[in-house]
Design a protein around this ligand. Structure first.
Ligand code: PLP
Length: 379
């Protein structure tokens, strides 16, 4: 596999996009017709395709996934000083979206099975620190309202959505999914992104499908869908010629050029998913019986898009992990560790958090392997 790939294209990247569909035709159509910016038929088509793929009733395309998550949190009622529960084991955009929405990230633990938020540990923690009052779920230690929980489907593996949705209902906390990594992943046959008030997707260059840069908000609530569109299009009141804006909105609409690329990519999603599954099966087979490592397979009742293939070292050993990463990268394999945990970053180290000892162990055990769909075709 390695020899064949390196002969043809050099080092094996962690994740690379491929453009073998109608990308050129669609982008050329934007240029030829002059529809390159924030209006145009590809943006509408992109949204319609997302509804069809995910089963969500409404999709609103945005400039990137971070912007989508920021607006999702506003739609969930997050404002100045509110706390939002987020995993510490996530990409920076999850925590940053909370900051953009003027909230405070409150870091919670992840579990080994899904690599996402641990519902049982979170429940026990809330019992210890939170109390339900008329105005909502209050953190007794800080006095702030815990307004929302934003779990993330790590590397494409769905979190324990039943457990977390029940917890949110019990504690009157809004559920917003960071589904940036999980396009094509389902939980009990329902597409991720359909389990809370709203969800954010990303179409950044390294995601399973890319629009160059881009994102989307998914929701099944007509009012929230309309408000998502309003907020992301400068809160302009629709009118033939007047410019009336009725609140502080954002210029977050996805340009038609990006949507054109995105449409061509979405057409290929079923094929990408099949090939990524085939690649994951090959990795799983290759690591079967290898002592000291375990391939992270999709959780029960879930279908993962296997965006990034992951192996877990049996024991938390950062030195061993780094030696493995060194060796793989030396051989031309773009393997990577997990992200530095959010509560270790300078701007987030003083945020509230639960006991994260297990998450710290987990982080030291993760190695992500090259996962481009094209690798599935290697001999
Ligand atoms: C990619 C990603 C996002 C969104 O990133 P953008 O680059 O802003 O599109 C958000 N959360 C997670 C977990 C991601 O991996």
């Amino acid at each position: 596999m390695r020899r064949a790939l390196r002969r043809s294209r050099g080092p094996v990247a962690l994740h690379e996009p491929e453009f073998h569909g109608r990308e050129r035709d669609y982008v050329a159509e934007c240029i030829d017709t002059g529809w390159v910016s924030s209006a145009g038929k590809f943006v509408d088509r992109f949204e319609a395709m997302l509804c069809e793929i995910t089963g969500a009733k409404y999709a609103v395309a945005t400039v990137n996934g971070s912007a989508a998550l920021q607006v999702c949190l506003r739609l969930a009622g997050v404002g100045q000083g509110d706390e939002v529960l987020v995993p510490s084991l996530t990409f920076i955009a999850t925590a940053n979206a909370v900051s953009y929405a003027l909230g405070t990230p409150h870091f919670v633990a992840s579990e080994e099975g899904t690599l996402g938020v641990d519902a049982a540990k979170l429940e026990a923690y809330l019992k210890e620190i939170a109390e339900l009052r008329r105005e909502g779920c209050i953190n007794r230690r800080t006095g702030a309202t815990i307004r929302a929980l934003m779990p993330m489907h790590t590397f494409g593996h769905p979190v324990d959505l039943d457990g977390l949705a029940a917890l949110c209902a019990r504690w009157r906390i809004a559920l917003v999914e960071d589904a940036a990594e999980s396009l094509g992943s389902t939980y009990k046959e329902r597409h991720t992104g359909n389990f809370g008030i709203a969800a954010g997707l990303s179409f950044n260059g390294n995601k399973i499908v890319t629009s160059g840069g881009g994102g989307a908000i998914l929701t099944n609530d007509a009012k929230i869908g309309a408000r998502a569109k309003h907020l992301t299009t400068t809160a302009r009141v629709p009118h033939k010629w007047s410019f009336l804006h009725d609140e502080v909105g954002y210029n977050y609409r996805l340009p038609n050029l990006n949507a054109a690329l995105g449409c061509a990519q979405l057409e290929q999603l079923p094929g990408f998913l099949l090939r990524k599954r085939a690649l994951a099966a090959r990795y799983q087979e290759a690591f079967r019986g290898v002592a000291g490592v375990r391939f992270a397979a999709e959780p029960a009742h879930c279908r993962s898009n296997y965006w990034l293939n992951t192996i877990l070292l049996e024991a938390p050993d950062a030195a061993a992990r780094d030696a493995i990463l060194e060796a793989l990268n030396r051989e031309g394999f773009g393997a990577r560790p997990a992200w530095t945990l959010m509560h270790r970053l300078p701007m987030y180290q003083h945020c509230p958090r639960m006991d994260l000892a297990f998450t710290e162990d987990l982080e030291r055990r993760i190695v992500n392997l090259p996962s481009s769909a094209a690798l599935a075709d290697a001999p």
